[in-house]
Design a protein around this ligand. Structure first.
Ligand SMILES: [Ca+2]
Length: 417
């Protein structure tokens, strides 16, 4: 079964090393030991300038006078030697398509930030690691948080047994530049996020798995400790969500604090309810309502409870209308989107379909069986957007354009000359 996998990036205090009060992200090695050993100070630290949650990792290249060179800020899931050479990795067995996340980057000169991913598998015959897949991306300046992707190229059809991620304030770690600052947040390994719908996922767990909130059993739970830990749900079809019901572990003795966010594409999130607090007097499902919003994904972000930082939910149920999404499905006309246009032409089409939308949207095309055949996110408003439909077989299709405020559909015919 394909599924998404989350690379953990919570930031917890590991305590000072070498007298420096920096904090390493857990599950990651950093260049800090090397840079502080060489009197350059911490090259990786915790920043409150985060994309989501409370903290991001801050990587900065620093001059090490003793070495006569600059040590880049590096975080890795492997083992770092000499601040530069990386080996090892962490258990990982999924053939993901890419690593995604968010970054901000203030480079010095022409410096570039480096993102590298290696999926490997131990070969018992050669006693070496075989490369299953690799990806390598460099990025220039980004003033605000910007999404990045590291697409993975597969060399074999095997599943990996390890992942190795290396992120550096200078892509060229041997010739790093001092003062380049890279902020990193929200790292995820994902499969095909465009087509997968995993019912429930969580940022982490303590062995009490996220699936336990969907088993109709109040004796089982998902638990994760820390401010900002989250659990996320995918709806099979987009729906107008208007509330969540949660049964809290130890719900009678403590009040849980959390936010609810929704998304249509898992990229852009809307805060629909912030700072919700449970009653503290019940172990049963408690309903939290908010204004209706069209959603494909619902994420509950925990902020611990009145006694400690555990987020522990026994059951979660989403409240939504059933299938309002396809209300407009049969019409053949163009629609106004608010006061703005949604235009699809030519119809019938052969190779290219041109779509103009009045607001930033997602474009999806479904075949007559309801299967999604095209998905394009981040479609910008008021631009003629071309969609390659050469690969589609002749027939009737449904074009669907949506964002968190509207959803419009139109039938189109694809002809093959
Ligand atoms: Ca349960």
């Amino acid at each position: 079964m394909k599924r998404n996998y989350f690379l953990l990036l919570p930031f917890l205090i590991l305590g000072p090393l070498f007298g420096q009060a920096y904090e390493n992200p857990i599950n990651w090695y950093t260049s800090n030991s090397y840079s502080t050993y060489n009197s350059a100070g911490a090259t990786v630290s915790k920043s409150t300038d985060a994309k989501g949650g409370l903290f991001a990792a801050r990587l900065e290249g620093k001059n090490a006078a003793l070495l006569g060179k600059t040590i880049p800020g590096v975080i890795t899931t492997g083992i770092l030697k000499g601040g530069i050479n990386v080996s090892g990795g962490q258990l990982y067995t999924i053939r993901s398509q890419k690593l995604t996340g968010y970054y901000k980057y203030s480079p010095q000169g022409a410096d570039m930030a480096g993102f590298e991913v290696l999926l490997t598998k131990w070969n018992p015959t050669t006693l070496k690691r075989d490369t299953i897949a690799y990806g390598n991306v460099s990025k220039g300046a980004a003033a605000g948080y910007t999404a990045f992707n590291v697409p993975l190229t597969y060399k074999t059809t095997d599943a990996p047994d390890s992942q190795l991620v290396v992120i550096s304030s200078s892509a060229d770690r041997l010739n790093a530049i001092a003062g380049s600052v890279l902020l990193i947040d929200g790292l995820l390994f994902i499969g095909d996020a465009n087509t997968e719908c995993v019912p429930v996922l969580a940022s982490s767990n303590d062995g009490n798995l996220p699936e336990n909130v969907l088993d109709n059993n109040l004796q089982t739970r998902w638990s994760a400790k820390g401010d900002g830990q989250w659990i996320e749900f995918c709806l099979e079809t987009e729906n107008e969500v208007d509330g969540v019901e949660i049964a809290f572990h130890s719900g009678k003795i403590r009040k849980s604090i959390f936010d609810v966010l929704t998304s249509l594409d898992r990229v852009t999130w809307t805060n629909v309810a912030l700072g919700l607090t449970s009653c503290g007097t019940s172990n049963d499902l408690e309903k939290f309502s908010f204004n209706k919003i069209m959603a494909k994904y619902v994420r509950i972000v925990g902020h611990g409870n009145s006694l400690n930082l555990w987020n522990s939910y026994c059951e979660v149920k989403l409240s939504y209308d059933t299938a309002p999404a396809e209300k407009n499905i049969t019409s053949n006309n163009n629609y106004n989107v608010g006061s703005k246009i949604f235009d699809v032409y030519p119809n019938p089409a052969n190779d290219i379909l041109y779509i103009t939308v009045g607001e930033n949207s997602i474009i999806q095309i479904f075949n007559i069986n309801g299967s999604q055949v095209v998905y394009q996110s981040n479609v910008e408003e008021n631009q003629i957007h071309s969609v390659d439909v050469k690969g589609l077989t002749a027939g009737i299709y449904l074009v669907k354009v949506s964002n968190n405020k509207f959803i419009k559909t139109q039938k189109v015919v694809i002809n093959k000359p």
